[in-house]
Design a protein around this ligand. Structure first.
Ligand code: PRP
Ligand code: MN
Ligand code: MG
Length: 179
């Protein structure tokens, strides 16, 4: 275990088992359809690539990078798009893939935006959800795990851009972020 990690919240095996379940459910729900998977950079990358390999059916990959401002003080915030999707989502079945839903601000902007662009359907898959932190309600279609309000890193999630490559979800030691 990494020296900055206090405790492993979700092991590689637990994550893999849950991702397989989500992939099987998505495969069933989208039978006969083509999915446009939209990963939100950068945190979602690990979950995205694992989930994609658990979906049996036609899938296209696309990515978007955005950041929400004002999310810590207000539930409205403004969404800034750093890199937009390459695909036109009109008439597509879009599956947004996130690593974690925290306040919900990011998704509360993204889902209506993609619907406005004419997507046929917009669904949301997230590996983690922290309900205790929610400021805006976001309907989640595929949720891996509900987790407590702890500082988690690994499997794509960062603190100060670090720890994304840890294969598990770990709780960071307080001393790492209180310095
Ligand atoms: C994190 C996470 C989600 C978003 C969730 O991304 O990956 O995209 O915040 O927060 P919210 O529900 O409060 O809007 P971050 O901005 O840290 O960027 P990153 O994915 O590049 O780490
Ligand atoms: Mn993110
Ligand atoms: Mg981050």
């Amino acid at each position: 275990m990494h020296q900055d990690i206090k405790e492993i919240l979700l092991t590689e095996e637990q994550i893999a088992a849950r991702v397989h379940e989500l992939g099987a459910q998505i495969t069933k729900d989208y039978a006969g359809k083509t999915i446009l998977m939209c990963g939100i950079l950068k945190g979602a990358v690990t979950f995205f690539t694992d989930l994609a390999r658990c979906i049996d059916g036609p899938v296209y990959f696309d990515f978007m990078s955005c950041s929400s401002y004002g999310s810590s003080t207000t539930s409205s915030g403004v969404l800034k798009i750093r890199k937009d999707l390459d695909n036109d989502v009109k008439d597509k079945d879009v599956l947004i893939v996130e690593d974690i839903i925290d306040t919900g601000v990011t998704l509360s902007h993204l889902v209506p935006m993609l619907k406005e662009r004419g997507a046929r359907s917009v669904k949301l898959a997230t590996l983690l959800s922290k309900p205790a932190r929610r400021q805006v309600e976001v309907p989640v279609d595929y949720n891996g795990f509900e987790i407590p309000d702890a500082f988690v890193v690994g499997y794509g999630l960062d603190y100060d851009s670090r720890y994304r490559n840890l294969p598990y979800i770990g709780i960071l030691k307080e001393e790492v972020y209180s310095k």
